[in-house]
Design a protein around this ligand. Structure first.
Ligand code: 5GP
Ligand code: ZN
Length: 112
């Protein structure tokens, strides 16, 4: 946990967010500025700055993608498809320095 991290504050419920998924390790909440009809961010409850801290010893990306895929299925996105995305660093435009996986869907997405 990091005291001044935005997503840690959401995990601690100090800042409100619309929750889509929760278990003991992962929180999924709707993005405040959605880029698609469904745009959910999956974060580990334990603070990690970025995907650079996700290692074989810390297999957190598979944890986040598992929860994102299950949520996508629950929301009915599986037949039409969805996108999972992680930004790292300035070239990718990472703005919040707590690891998060974007789940995007609900409409045709622009091709990367
Ligand atoms: P990044 O650009 O770092 O990959 O993604 C950060 C995401 O966090 C952005 O899509 C942004 O809209 C979202 N975001 C920033 N501040 C908040 C907030 O206070 N609440 C929620 N729910 N999302 C936020
Ligand atoms: Zn954090």
């Amino acid at each position: 946990m990091s005291s001044d991290c935005l997503f840690c504050k959401i995990v601690r419920r100090e800042i409100p967010a619309k929750i889509a998924f929760e278990d003991d390790q992962v929180l999924g909440f709707y993005d405040i500025q959605p880029s698609a009809p469904v745009h959910i961010l999956f974060v580990p409850k334990k603070h990690l700055d970025s995907v650079m801290q996700a290692t074989v010893e810390e297999p957190v990306v598979s944890l986040l993608s598992d929860r994102a895929v299950k949520t996508a299925e629950k929301l009915g996105l599986q037949p039409t498809g969805f996108r999972l995305l992680i930004n790292y660093g300035p070239h990718a435009g990472q703005t919040v320095h707590h690891l998060h996986l974007h789940l995007l869907g609900g409409a045709q997405l622009s091709h990367l």
